[in-house]
Write a new protein. Structure first.
Length: 343
């Protein structure tokens, strides 16, 4: 089998970062899934399983976020005994990364090198505004283009009305209601997985990510949970997660259904996700306006005329606080890390 890697997004830029490692016993490949220590990788010769090589282990010890993840392009090395090792993760162009509970961790990379991140939120049960805002901040932060996908649109009479409501929480983000059983909205998503393009799906467990990935891929390559709880929450039953190739080119990365996502310590994603609030704040009389009781505060004015909701402002403040706390934690970590290493 010979696979054309350009269908998966391999281009001149990735090729040039591979070149220094290009030897007779190395090949590039894209990570379909990464389990502890073993990655499933698609190369021009087909799918192969690779353990972590010495170099990759060293890199990961230095920075765990450099462990391979779905979507990574990597350097594989073929050994004379037919073993294959993953030696290096090539620099990522975009990275979907969340803060983990482990406070020493540099964050968990959920997916890499996607062009688009779909925040996947079900229409049934009711979409959760705060979750959508948080996931959109994470999606913006990744460097890829976000879209908001509202799944299970067949479960409500007027999905367009719900899409309009949610559009207010998603400035500059296309909102696409979809249904897998009826096929509604799927064509719009297919445009995001044309040859060379990668779409990552991000959303809570039961949101309908695997169902969507399967529908886009064209064949059922991932087991989908069949049990739907009475509350519509579903159960986390799928452990088999990966990047799937779409017939005709392109790929979809299905990320694990996540309960909570912590934001890391940068706020550029947050600023994009709350572009409406940032825009308003730019019109306040004082540069350092706290939007509380200052005179000529554009944010307070928007609250008064109803163009901004108290809920959204509170949500923005909450996420900002979270990022600030994480930022302080991180600087403390950085200050103490070298000392710790000496012991
Ligand atoms: N009616 C309807 N049900 C859907 C649709 N898409 C998904 N579902 C159902 O929603 C449930 C959850 O779908 P999954 O695709 O497993 O959700 P997931 O986001 O992958 O969940 P995790 O694997 O836990 O992360 C399943 O019972 C699906 O059959 C849809 O468009 N319409
Ligand atoms: Zn203000």
């Amino acid at each position: 089998m010979s696979y054309d890697l350009s269908q998966l997004g391999w281009d001149e830029l990735f090729a040039s970062s591979f070149r220094p490692y290009d030897r007779s016993d190395t090949v590039p490949g894209r990570v379909l899934r990464a389990d502890r220590g073993v990655s499933t990788v698609l190369t021009a010769d087909g799918v192969t399983r690779a353990g972590l090589g010495g170099n990759a282990l060293l890199e990961a010890a230095r920075d765990p976020s450099l462990l391979p993840c779905s979507g990574d392009w990597a350097v594989l090395r073929n050994w004379p005994d037919r073993r294959v090792t993953l030696e290096l993760v090539l620099p990522r162009r975009t990275t979907l990364i969340r803060r983990t509970a482990d406070k020493d961790s540099s964050g968990q990379v959920l997916a890499a090198n996607m062009d688009t991140v779909a925040v996947v939120e079900p229409i049934f049960p009711e979409p959760n505004d705060a979750r959508v805002e948080r996931l959109l901040a994470l999606a913006w932060e990744s460097g890829a283009d976000p879209v908001l996908v509202l799944t299970k649109s067949d479960t409500t009479r007027d999905p367009a009305a719900i899409a309009r409501q949610l559009a207010a929480l998603a400035p500059d983000v296309p909102v696409i209601p979809v249904s897998v059983p009826t096929g509604a909205g799927l064509d719009q998503l297919r445009e995001l997985v044309t040859p060379g393009r990668t779409l990552a799906l991000l959303g809570r467990s039961g949101a309908g990510k695997s169902t969507l990935a399967n529908a886009l891929a064209g064949t059922s390559v991932m087991p989908v949970q069949t049990i739907r709880d009475a509350d519509g929450k579903g159960r986390h039953t799928t452990a088999f997660r990966q990047l799937v190739t779409v017939a005709g080119g392109g790929s979809v990365i299905d990320t694990p259904g996540i309960r909570g996502v912590g934001l890391l310590d940068t706020d550029s994603g947050l600023d994009r996700a709350f572009a409406d609030v940032i825009e308003l704040a730019g019109h306040c009389r004082f540069d350092n306006c706290r939007h509380e009781s200052e005179p000529e505060c554009a944010v307070q004015a928007a609250l008064a005329d109803g163009s901004l909701t108290q809920r959204r402002l509170a949500s923005w403040r909450k996420l900002h606080r979270e990022v600030a706390v994480e930022s302080r934690r991180r600087s403390v970590r950085m200050a103490t890390a070298p000392r710790r290493r000496q012991h």
